[in-house]
Design a protein around this ligand. Structure first.
Ligand code: SAM
Length: 235
């Protein structure tokens, strides 16, 4: 059985218990049997091969066979603050950002934002992170941070060497795509605005905190396209 399963406790040698949705998936959906081998990951960077010992209604007992040293993370971190789009576009965005190795996604609360995520919505996105990580082989979970205003976001990430705010048509005064690719080794924090764009006062806030404006080309991109472009261009 080649599927990956997420375990919320850190993986160490010995016996482990899989519980909740992951145990139900393994036991009821995959119809796993004692003796089957699966891959486990703990979301903190560890992956292991483990053999199923016992399958119960809501939990599965496994024995770790081998701890695997696999690092599929980016060499440097990328934190993205995004004014989230609505509904399915939000889930799609989270899935793709996990695949592209983004370290942390911060929902931005902006002047013109449409979706202000509730705790329940954030929990759904965190579940999406696990599903996407199972699929793409990532062993460290992308963090879904608490929602922040731009001021709060800038303050919380002041120590990053590269701080960017995506704004259409800003190449003359800021960075363009080529400039962005010149320093792939710098830990980066970047902000993407809502469909209506950042307001002037928000752009002023970013200026005051020394954030660089970046153009992603001559066309206006949807929120999720802009976020994916930034993730792709920064390594
Ligand atoms: N009319 C809005 C404006 O002029 O800002 C368009 C907003 S766009 C749909 C949503 C967000 O994606 C923007 O706030 C920006 O962060 C990012 N974005 C979209 N296209 C971009 C581009 N060509 N260059 C830089 N950022 C872009």
């Amino acid at each position: 059985m080649s599927q990956r399963f997420f375990i919320s406790e850190s993986i160490e040698a010995g016996q482990l218990e899989l519980t909740g949705a992951e145990a139900r998936h393994l036991g009821r959906v995959m119809r796993a049997q004692p003796g089957d081998q699966v891959t486990l990951f703990d979301g903190q960077g560890c992956e292991a091969l483990a053999t199923i010992q016992q399958v119960d209604r809501d939990h599965v007992t496994l024995q770790v066979d081998e701890l695997l040293e696999v690092d599929r993370e980016r060499p440097v971190s990328l934190v993205l603050g995004v004014a989230l789009p609505r509904g399915d576009r939000q889930k799609w965005l989270v899935e793709k950002l996990v695949e592209l190795g983004v370290s942390s996604l911060v929902p931005l609360v902006t002047e013109r934002g449409v979706a202000q995520p509730t705790d329940k919505a954030l929990d759904r996105l965190r579940r999406m992170v696990i599903e996407a990580s199972k699929q793409c082989g990532r062993n460290r979970l992308m963090e879904i941070d608490m929602p922040r205003t731009l001021e709060d976001f800038c303050q919380a990430h002041a120590d990053f060497p590269r701080k960017l705010i995506a704004h259409p048509g800003e190449a003359a005064g800021g960075l363009d795509k080529q400039g962005l690719m010149l320093n792939p080794d710098e830990a980066t924090v970047a902000a993407v605005g809502p469909e209506g764009g950042f307001g002037d006062s928000e752009l002023d806030i970013a200026d005051r905190h020394g954030w660089q404006r970046i153009s992603l080309g001559p066309r206006i991109l949807r929120v999720e396209t802009a976020a994916l472009a930034l993730a792709g261009l920064t390594g």
